[in-house]
Design a protein around this ligand. Sequence first.
Ligand code: ATP
Ligand code: MG
Length: 360
Amino acid sequence: MSQRHRIAVIPGDGIGREVVPEGLRCLRAAADAHGFALDFVEYGFACAGYWQRHGEMLPSDWRDVLGGFDAIFFGAVGWPEVVPDHVSLWGSLLRFRRGFDQYVNLRPVRLLRGVRSPLRDHGPGDIDFVVVRENTEGEYSSIGGRIFEGTDRETVLQETVLTRTGVDRVLRYAFELAATRPRKRLTWATKSNGIAIAMPYWDERATAMAERYPDVVASKDHIDILAAKFVLRPGQYDVVVAGNLFGDILSDLGPACAGTIGIAPSANINPDRTWPSLFEPVHGSAPDIAGRGIANPVGQIWSGAMMLEHLGETAAAAAVVAAIERVLAGRPDVHTPDLGGSGTTESLGAAIAAEITREQ
Ligand code: ATP
Ligand code: MG
């Protein structure tokens, strides 16, 4: 029986508009090859142009508009010449994450053949881990404020919020994920030797969760040494789970260790499936190279593979990743400039789509 999946597509700004079409091209190729249907509905909000016309990033009924889709395929948002980055980001993407309770931010990090890592002495296969970041609470609260302003007693407080529900659900997701991976290793990021109230609680919940997953080899690393080891010994990591702040940092550092930001994918997941999850590349709108047709589309295409996986189309998801790997390894003629080549967004996207079709 053939499945249909309804996907909301939001290209956004800058290179988002250039890489999303290549993502769609590859998704269509995967759907055709694997016998299911994808219905794409494209939306023109969450971009600078919409903000210029409406003074908002999103229509007021955005939840109703997007809430019924099976997933959201997102490009990038941000065009600082027109709208400040904090306005565009808080006005769109962060509203999706919170409004749709996408409490897991997932970033796989793999060093692929044909991609040079900035880390010396590391080759293909040496780096293969996933960062799981808590996406809704923690240090990124708006609770706090300034007192004694303008005096020499000026004091600023900002609270970290950890709830048992919020902590447990992201830990559970990470342990479940680790249990499905061959090495079954999990590391949780902490700093309980310095942050003496919030982090011991995080450790306590992680330790309790570990007891429920005896097959997973779990341990903790303090964030400072963890960051150093991402660079020095990335091969030892498998699943790395962290709260909002540490996870934010690690989920940029990780992909950077595996080469160009142009290939890194990410997913904002609502594991309970009460609302759609959102799939987007790690990179932003890159105004510096926008409009030239040279942006690397792999991060967008790989995010599409994560979306297929989430939709249950596992064979198609694996086929997309395999096609990416083969084209990066074997077709330097279509590599974009960030990979050291002279290919274009379109030539690299088309080569991957053709490989998805050929492979079938
Ligand atoms: P964000 O605001 O989303 O955090 P940013 O504005 O800090 O992102 P990006 O837009 O990701 O950063 O751009 C950072 C650098 O990486 C820029 O020099 C940009 O040209 C480059 N870059 C980003 N994405 C790509 C891509 N897909 N292909 C090639 N280069 C890219
Ligand atoms: Mg930006």
